[in-house]
Design a protein around this ligand. Structure first.
Ligand SMILES: Cc1cc2nc3c(=O)[nH]c(=O)nc-3n(C[C@H](O)[C@H](O)[C@H](O)COP(=O)(O)OP(=O)(O)OC[C@H]3O[C@@H](n4cnc5c(N)ncnc54)[C@H](O)[C@@H]3O)c2cc1C
Length: 457
């Protein structure tokens, strides 16, 4: 038997690490542990299970343990909770069925992800209150919706998860109220098209309570919540409450073992996913990854970075030959709210100004472009805000909002940013043209080029 690689956390980053480790070292003993009874759960698809665009919860389990065992020779152990890491003894302490065990490792990858933050109210133990993260949450919510078709649902938290949940519930025929403590939805996304997203939400029949938190609840005999009283004094009758009020990294165990702390209580890693502890890697939503432009550590709980960092951590844990795989983030994200899509990539205005040493150095284009050819009546207008360095035209970030083409536009710009492209180079890209999908000239060739700069060497 070769080296022993332990991987803790079986959602996105952990299985990606396990498969990459196997690809890099066919002889390694690879053990994947999770405290739950499943691995590979695609939490991001839960909203589409509510709307029945995805029919079964089982379809959300993307990496069944049997597949990992048979196809990749990975020893998957479920119901195993990590309690401590002892780097000097190169072992971890775990609890299995109430008993403590120690497991030695040659290399360790910690991919314990993130957990939900829960506000003081509503109480988490009421039978009609759920988080929105696990298969259990999906089952619980479904159970109530089956009994109460067209039920009244309150979603606590107007971040991306809350808005996706709100859409899922509306599509399932529910009456939906979103409660957001700040003055607008998507609070963490400084430059987003919040007002436009809020308009779509309202147009689709969801009610939005901004600057509001849950101040009091009333319950029936079974303990189920019947009424929420908000800090704004509004009263909501409810059948179901779903809490999506942010998340925090599951990083305490590694930090207690001596790993360096990153932003928001995450674990700091380098671009090869190494922690400061020997032979210990961290990946996914428990770790902060370096920003692809600034190099600063960024903590975010997203599936794309979790997968990429997991893959790199697994590869790097398994082999020391060749260059290590590296992972970074551009904070690229996309959100569908009914018929609208909004998203971003790269730096926002404040971060761009910090990076360039002042606001005057940041160039900004704000425009509306057609996503389809002029021969279509609905040209699907697309709002774009693009940030670049005035000095050399280097593209730094973008936010977009529309009904079509937003994902394609942002993916193209994320690629351009990664390649260090200048604004003037966008018009020269050979991109798809077909009337239903793109206008001619394509929309990136329509941007006003204020100051063409030299391309990357
Ligand atoms: C409703 C919803 C919608 C989302 N939508 C999107 C989206 O559209 N796009 C996007 O990019 N991201 C989205 N996300 C976020 C994305 O799902 C997460 O960022 C991603 O799952 C992170 O993966 P991870 O493997 O790092 O950690 P997690 O998914 O958090 O998994 C961590 C795993 O570690 C296990 N674990 C934790 N602690 C221990 C321990 N002590 N011992 C043993 N096991 C442990 C847990 O049981 C869990 O299985 C969404 C999330 C939710 C909940």
């Amino acid at each position: 038997m070769g080296q022993r690689i332990l991987i803790v956390g079986g959602a996105v980053a952990g299985p990606a690490a396990a498969i990459a480790a196997r690809d890099a070292d066919p002889n390694a003993e690879i053990v994947l542990l999770d405290r739950e009874r499943h691995v590979g759960f695609a939490a991001g698809a839960l909203p589409y299970y509510l709307s029945k665009e995805i029919r079964s919860l089982a379809d959300l389990l993307e990496q069944p343990p049997e597949h990992l065992r048979k196809a990749h020779g990975i020893d998957v152990r479920l119901g195993v909770e990590l309690l401590a890491v002892e780097p000097e003894k190169k072992r971890i302490l775990v609890e299995v069925k109430g008993e403590q065990q120690s497991l030695p490792y040659d290399k360790l990858v910690v991919a314990t992800g993130a957990r939900s933050l829960w506000p003081t109210l509503p109480p988490s133990n009421a039978p009609n209150v759920f988080g929105f993260r696990s298969p259990g949450d999906g089952k619980g919510v479904d159970g109530i919706l089956r009994k109460r078709r067209g039920g009244r649902v309150a979603v606590v938290g107007g971040g991306a998860m809350g808005l996706e949940a709100a859409e899922g519930f509306r599509r399932a025929g529910c009456q939906v109220a979103v409660i957001e403590k700040s003055s607008h939805v998507l609070d963490g996304d400084a430059d987003g098209f919040h007002r436009l997203v809020e308009e779509r939400l309202r147009k689709a029949g969801a009610r939005l309570h901004r600057n509001a938190t849950v101040a009091a609840v009333s319950v029936d005999k079974s303990g189920a919540i019947k009424t929420l009283t908000l800090s704004s004094r509004a009263k909501l009758q409810v059948d179901l409450v779903v809490v999506t009020s942010g998340s925090t990294p599951n990083a305490e165990i590694l930090l207690a073992a001596g790993a360096q702390e990153g932003p928001s209580g995450s674990v700091l890693v380098d671009s090869a996913l190494r922690t400061c502890l020997p032979d210990v890697f961290a990946a996914g939503a428990c770790a902060a990854l370096p920003h692809a432009i600034t190099g600063e550590p960024v903590w975010l709980a997203q599936a794309g970075p979790a997968f990429r960092s997991g893959r790199a951590a697994g590869h790097n844990a398994a082999t020391t030959t060749g260059d290590p795989l590296r992972a970074s983030v551009l904070e690229t994200s996309l959100l569908r709210v009914f018929d609208s899509v909004s998203g971003r990539t790269g730096l926002d205005e404040a971060a761009a100004a910090r990076f360039l040493g002042g606001e005057p150095a940041v160039g900004r284009i704000e425009t509306t472009l057609p996503a389809r050819d002029a021969c279509f009546r609905d040209q699907a207008p697309l709002r774009l805000r693009l940030l670049f360095a005035k000095a050399d035209g280097r593209i730094l970030g973008a936010q977009a909002f529309g009904t079509a083409g937003v994902d394609k536009l942002l993916d193209t710009l994320a690629t351009a940013i990664t390649a260090g492209m200048r604004l003037a180079q966008l018009a020269g890209l050979d991109l798809c043209y077909s009337p239903p999908f793109a206008p001619l000239p394509h929309l990136l060739a329509r941007l006003p080029v204020e100051k063409p700069g030299p391309g990357p060497a």
